[in-house]
Design a protein around this ligand. Structure first.
Ligand SMILES: NC(=O)c1ccc[n+]([C@@H]2O[C@H](COP(=O)([O-])OP(=O)(O)OC[C@H]3O[C@@H](n4cnc5c(N)ncnc54)[C@H](OP(=O)(O)O)[C@@H]3O)[C@@H](O)[C@H]2O)c1
Length: 267
C-alpha cells in the first residue's frame, strides 16, 4: 500500500466523475478500484499531482503539524531538521523558514545538503556523512537549538537532544536509521540534562491530528504553494518496474534523489 495521486477513469460516485483528481492509498498498480473516502478529492486549484503527493499529502501535513502543533514553533527560533532533503524534511525546512526560524538542515552527501540551502532556503546545511560532522554540529549549535525536527532517530537524535538549549524540543517524526534492519535504535538520554534544561522529547503520528487538522493544514500549505514560500520537490521514477529501485533509495543514505520519490505509472 502506498500514497497515490490518480485520475478517475470510471465512476459510480457522482462526487468523483471521470477525470477527477484523487489523492488516496492504492496498491502499486496502474488501475485500482477504490471507494471514495472523506478527504480523497485532490482539488487541482490547490495543487497539481506533485503537490498533492508531497506538500498537500502526508509528507507536507506531517511537516506542518509537527512543527506548528507539536513543536509549537515560534518565529526567531533555531530549528534543526534531519532528513532535510527528503519528502517530509524538505517541506519542514520551508515551513520553518516561512515562520521566521533560522534553519539548520542535516542531510547525507554534498548535493543533498546543497539542495536544502540553495533550493529550500536553509540558513546552514550540514552533511552528517562528513568526517567532521560532529565539530560542525557543535559549532552550529553553540547558541542552543530550540527545536530538533527528527526524521532519522538513533544516535543523531541522541546527539541533538544534547545540543538543545533550555526549553528545547525534540520532535520525533521518524526514525529511519532504525528501519529495514537498522541497528541504530538504542540511545542514551541524560535525564538530569532534560530536567535541568526543561527539554521536551515528543514523538507524534500525523494521523492522530487528521480529524481536527487535516483540511486546515492543507489550506495553509496550499497558501504556501501559492505565495511561493513552499516549493514541491519530487524525484520521479518511470514505470512500475522502477518501484524496487525507488523504494530501496528511501533506505539508502546519500542517493541523488531530493524531495518526494514518485513512481509514475501511466499518468
Ligand atoms: N510521524 C508521522 O506521522 C510521519 C508521517 C510520514 C512520514 N514519517 C517519517 O518521516 C521520515 C521521513 O520520511 P520521508 O518520506 O520524508 O523519507 P525521505 O526523507 O524522503 O527518504 C528517506 C531518507 O532518509 C535518509 N536515510 C535513509 N537511511 C538513513 C540512515 N540509516 N541514517 C540516516 N538517514 C537515513 C536518506 O536521506 P539522506 O540521503 O539525506 O541521508 C533518505 O533519502 C520517515 O522516518 C518516515 O517514517 C512520519
Amino acid at each position: 500500500m502506498s500514497n497515490c495521486v490518480g485520475l478517475v477513469v470510471a465512476s459510480r460516485d457522482e462526487r468523483a466523475p471521470v477525470g477527477t483528481q484523487v489523492a488516496t492509498y492504492s496498491g502499486w498498480t496502474e488501475y485500482a478500484t477504490l471507494r471514495l473516502e472523506d478527504n480523497d478529492l485532490a482539488d487541482p486549484d490547490m495543487g497539481d499531482e506533485r503537490d498533492w503527493i508531497q506538500t498537500l499529502g502526508t509528507p507536507g501535513v506531517t511537516a506542518l503539524i509537527g512543527l506548528r502543533d507539536v513543536a509549537r514553533l515560534q518565529g526567531g527560533e533555531v530549528v534543526a531538521i534531519s532528513g532535510a532533503a527528503g519528502a517530509v524534511g524538505g517541506v519542514a525546512v520551508q515551513v520553518a523558514k516561512a515562520a521566521g526560524a533560522r534553519v539548520i538542515s542535516i542531510a547525507g552527501g554534498p548535493s543533498r545538503v546543497r539542495h536544502t540551502v540553495d533550493t529550500l532556503g536553509a540558513d546552514l546545511g550540514l552533511d552528517y556523512t562528513s568526517p567532521d560532522f560532529d565539530e560542525q554540529l557543535a559549532q552550529a549549535s553553540a547558541g542552543g537549538i530550540d527545536i530538533f525536527f527528527d526524521n532519522v532517530g538513533g544516535k543523531l537524535l541522541e546527539r541533538m537532544i544534547g545540543h538543545l538549549g533550555t526549553h528545547g524540543r525534540a520532535v520525533i517524526s521518524g526514525t529511519i536509521s532504525t528501519y529495514a534492519g537498522g541497528s541504530d535504535n538504542g540511545i542514551t538520554i541524560d535525564t538530569a540534562d532534560l530536567l535541568l534544561e526543561r527539554k521536551i522529547v515528543q514523538a507524534f503520528n500525523v494521523g492522530d491530528h487528521y480529524a481536527a487538522s487535516l483540511l486546515p493544514a492543507r489550506e495553509t500549505l496550499a497558501a504556501g504553494i501559492r505565495n511561493g514560500s513552499i516549493k514541491t520537490v519530487v524525484t520521479e521514477y518511470d514505470g512500475l518496474g522502477s518501484a524496487p529501485e525507488a523504494l530501496a533509495a528511501v533506505f539508502r543514505s546519500g542517493s541523488g534523489d531530493v524531495g518526494k520519490r514518485i513512481v509514475r505509472i501511466g499518468y
